[in-house]
Design a protein around this ligand. Structure first.
Ligand SMILES: Nc1ncnc2c1ncn2[C@@H]1O[C@H](COP(=O)(O)OP(=O)(O)OP(=O)(O)O)[C@@H](O)[C@H]1O
Ligand SMILES: [Mg+2]
Length: 513
């Protein structure tokens, strides 16, 4: 087997074979002897071989996490070279949309980069360990070995490995199953429990095509998103972290949450739904955000209700007057402890403080029904770069909904609907609900007619409410006028009484004199 050494050194295949034999037989040799043998073996290999070997372990040094580099190499080899391997392994990964085919253990494939041939070998060692209770357990340790001629050392280390890792990560991102994350309370922040975030696969079907809104506005948003996602170099050039803030505001049911899903599907990003009320304080908020990955959207819904973001904590009215003071104090302390102590400055820091640049390609979205309630510091441009108003359903938005729900693009009542929707404020959620067929017998015609009827009713309702408000306003003004007149009259009478009393006193005085 080693016959060729004397002539031109050990070939890469021979080295791989030796390693394979070593991997298989090493389990039968006692550990201390094996360690010594390995030292001599590698020394000998170093003298004789022209080949360099680099090992990439499946697990990180701490042993808990799968190494990102190992994953990237596996992805790279799966797509580039697995087709050439004889034995393949089908991995059903939790994080992947589809089945991932990779080299089976102890398989070997070749790759060529800039005309240089390299070899990848997939290895597996079975490690025996005795547990504290004396039971023998075994587990498998996997690693890839990259083998190449030592004259290409510089090029392989500087260019090839970077190329493999970059390609592999990109493949991983393309194949990954997107996730919707939600933050856990800090009592669950242990690696063996769920960690800082729990996740579920993200399968929301909303897209920009199904989103009902003004088409021009939609196009502007899409262009902005595309520019952002391709803006890595631009952001670097202007010295800004690669992130962008969106503020979505508008009445309930106008599609703010739907828009977030559409953005996530459009850019192929994960979504982190951050529930601020369960975050204890600013430092917890920072840790949570540091634990988010790139290519993601961080969402804080209903930011106006999430917290009292004025730098103060919320106070709650004491309800039970009967309770003694001591009990009240304890209760208040307990309630205070449960409440989030995240402050406005803490949140601002998390959005664009120094550390916020720790990972790239992130979109932060706030939603609110009441934009006027928000502190201007929170939504100034640069923090929330793009303010998007989600408004009531007008004709253009209705057309999208009619296409989505009824698969029609025109109807004799479209003119009527256009006029009605311009005059009536109805949310897309309400229009969508009215358009949706309630049984198999209901066709588009029935649904469109129902919409006309509903909008007319809404219009009438709104007219009555406005009339009532006008009436109340007039009544209030009338009452105010009456009260003022009454007050004036009383004041005048009081003045008169006072004047006559003073006159009386004076005449009395004069009389006595
Ligand atoms: N612009 C829209 N385009 C398409 N569907 C919409 C739109 N707005 C609302 N809908 C429909 O109405 C439902 C509710 O909308 P959504 O939850 O996005 O509203 P929202 O603005 O987030 O409301 P809230 O302020 O109450 O959170 C959605 O599931 C969707 O079916
Ligand atoms: Mg919402």
């Amino acid at each position: 087997m080693l016959g060729t050494i004397a002539v031109w050194g050990i070939t890469a295949t021979t080295v791989s074979n030796i390693m394979l034999i070593r991997a298989v037989y090493s389990q039968y040799i006692p550990r201390h002897i094996r360690t010594q043998l390995e030292i001599y073996f590698y020394k000998l290999l170093g003298w004789l071989s022209f080949y360099v070997h680099i090992k990439f372990n499946e697990h990180t040094e701490e042993g808990l996490k799968i190494s990102e580099n190992y994953d990237a190499i596996r992805n790279y080899l799966s797509s580039n070279t697995a087709a050439r391997a004889q034995r393949l392994k089908a991995n059903e990964s939790k994080n992947s949309k589809s089945l991932v085919l990779s080299m089976d253990d102890h398989e070997e494939v070749e790759d060529v980069f800039n005309g240089v041939k390299v070899k990848w070998h997939s290895n597996m060692n079975e490690i025996q360990r005795q547990s504290n209770y004396g039971r023998n357990t075994s587990y498998e340790r996997r690693f890839f070995t990259l083998t190449f001629h030592r004259r290409h050392r510089g090029m392989i280390i500087e260019s090839y490995i970077t190329h493999v890792l970059r390609e592999g990560k990109a493949i991983g991102l393309r194949n990954r199953e997107r996730k919707l994350y939600t933050n856990n309370s800090s009592s669950e922040w242990y690696p063996w429990r769920s960690g800082k975030w729990s996740n579920v696969p993200f399968h929301h079907p909303a897209t920009f095509e199904t989103l009902a809104m003004d088409p021009e506005k939609k196009e502007r948003i899409k262009k902005d998103l595309v520019k952002f996602s391709k803006g890595k170099d631009y952001y670097k050039k202007v010295g800004k972290p690669w992130k962008r803030g969106y503020l979505l505001f508008g009445p309930p049911g106008t599609g703010k949450s739907t828009m977030i899903s559409a953005i996530a599907n459009f850019l192929d990003y994960d979504v982190y739904d951050l529930e601020l009320t369960t975050v204890k304080d600013n430092s917890e908020l920072k840790k949570l955000l540091l634990d988010t990955k790139g290519k993601s959207i961080i969402v804080i819904e209903d930011i106006d209700c999430s917290l009292d973001l004025t730098g103060q904590r919320k106070t709650k009215k004491e309800e039970d007057e009967e309770e003694d003071k001591e009990k009240k104090k304890e209760k208040k302390k307990e309630e205070d402890d449960k409440k989030s102590k995240v402050t406005l400055s803490g949140l601002l820091n998390s959005i664009d403080g120094l550390w916020s640049a720790c990972s790239d390609e992130k979109i932060i979205i706030f939603t609110t029904n009441f934009v006027d309630k928000l502190d201007p510091a929170l939504i100034r441009r640069g923090r929330m770069d793009n303010h998007i108003e989600m408004s009531y359903c007008r004709f253009e938005a209705f057309k999208v909904l009619a296409k989505n729900y009824l698969d029609i693009e025109s109807h004799e009542l479209y003119g009527e609907i256009k006029r009605l929707l311009e005059e009536t404020d109805m949310s897309p959620a309400d229009v969508a609900e009215t358009l949706m067929p309630k049984s198999d017998e209901e066709d588009a015609d029935v649904c469109i007619k129902r919409l006309v009827k509903t909008v007319e009713e809404e219009k009438e309702k709104a007219r009555k409410v406005a009339e009532e408000e006008e009436k109340n306003k007039a009544e209030k003004e009338e009452k105010k006028k009456e009260e003022e007149a009454e007050k004036k009259k009383t004041e005048e009478e009081e003045k008169k009484v006072k004047g006559s009393e003073e006159n009386g006193d004076l005449s009395e005085k004069n009389g006595t004199n």
